[in-house]
Design a protein around this ligand. Sequence first.
Ligand SMILES: NC(=O)c1ccc[n+]([C@@H]2O[C@H](COP(=O)([O-])OP(=O)(O)OC[C@H]3O[C@@H](n4cnc5c(N)ncnc54)[C@H](OP(=O)(O)O)[C@@H]3O)[C@@H](O)[C@H]2O)c1
Length: 484
Amino acid sequence: MAALRYAGLDDTDSEDELPPGWEQRTTKDGWVYYANHTEEKTQWEHPKTGKRKRIAGDLPYGWEQETDENGQVFFVDHINRRTTYLDPRLAFTVDDNPTKPTARQRYDGSTTAMEILQGRDLSGKVVVVTGANSGIGFETAKSFALHGAHVILACRNMTRANEAVSRILGEWHKAKVEAMTLDLALLRSVQHFAQAFKAKNVSLHVLVCNAAVFGLPWTLTKDGLEATFQVNHLGHFYLVQLLQDVLCRSAPARVVVVSSESHRFTDINDSSGKLDFSRLSPSKNDYWAMLAYNRSKLCNILFSNELHRRLSPRGVTSNAVHPGNMMYSALHRGWWVYTLLFTLARPFTKSMKTSRRAALGRRLDLPGENKANIKADVRSMPAAGLGGSPGLFFLNPDRLRHCEEQKYQREEESEGPAAAFHQQGAATTVYCAVAPELEGLGGMYFNSCCRCLPSAEAQSEDTARALWALSERLLQGAPGGPPA
Ligand SMILES: NC(=O)c1ccc[n+]([C@@H]2O[C@H](COP(=O)([O-])OP(=O)(O)OC[C@H]3O[C@@H](n4cnc5c(N)ncnc54)[C@H](OP(=O)(O)O)[C@@H]3O)[C@@H](O)[C@H]2O)c1
């Protein structure tokens, strides 16, 4: 025996042999289980090896599987005219080794907005991005525009907004892009924007609530509210109120609210669990800029969730996003200490250089891409490189690659690496705005293009409803708002 075992020819499968009192059986769908007649119990695991097994393959020729009146499976051998409760395939069981799913997340923190939009043609879509003259908002707007969407940059400063429009047109002279005035710190301006937008008589497929202020000294707006709260939350709330009929008419439409992970470091309820207005719009003595920002970002998620609950039955979904950590932008300009912090954090935050190069490789080496897809991508090429003859590029991917390389080099030289950070910062917003797998889905929070759970407070439906009601009350009597 020892010699046989040594040679691998042992004729007993001692490991799999069942101890006395045990029997091996199968379920209808082929899972093996073990019955202990002494203890009158069953289990999935082999009593000795602890392994789970299932049977493999079809029944031998002439055999059939039946179920008796007690629901127990038995087997009929028609050739030899006998029945048995033992599955004839039990001799050929295989281990049930649950394998880890091999699915990989498609996008991550290094993905850029352009990569998300690769191959997408957004012609016919109308997109509004607030605070689109700089930073993440600018890259968001640019990415949509270079893929054919009609993009409206809703900005408070028209000089900066027009410069942003020119920069986008400089990249693709046919981009359908325009600037409109929107000052979220002034409810009348929000109303004027909504009126002017409606006068255009266009649809609204994507609304990106991106604009924000951070680190402001305590300031009251002309509407009598603390500025961070009004710009980051209430102004956007009002904007959506005024545009919701257009959104619903344009359904399926999506709202993306740019929040921040910093929403986790605060709460907006008092000790009794009630929404506390004095925390949202505090007096000068109770004001701390960082806290005000965090609270406004918590409001962003609560607002997005409640908006989704209310408008999704009408085809408008809403998701909130975190764009990335401490990305160097104009956001920190309120105080030199914040500027210093963002500068120190800069080497560790999202960087695009490597991913851009990688994206180039991926983007152009993909086999089977159709011309329409490439056409949308060609719009992201430098206008000079296109030479007015896109047809050439379909035939010559090397030339296309060269032009993209040049473009990225130029952009990094002219706009600095900040633009690169912001391309990554715009990715999650763009993902939520266009991902086909998110069609009809909302009320979620995304970070690095991946769904995450926000803080417990951000998930509270009660707080979201209370914030909605409070925001409506604050707007009573506002121009174009509900009557006081
Ligand atoms: N950068 C980060 O690390 C980071 C991290 C987490 C979340 N975020 C979020 O990402 C979004 C974009 O931030 P960013 O980093 O790109 O900052 P940014 O470059 O400062 O962009 C903010 C934009 O908001 C606009 N804005 C400010 N006040 C406004 C008002 N009253 N009305 C209309 N627009 C106004 C600004 O316009 P002006 O140029 O006229 O001021 C600017 O275009 C914000 O929601 C921010 O909270 C950023």
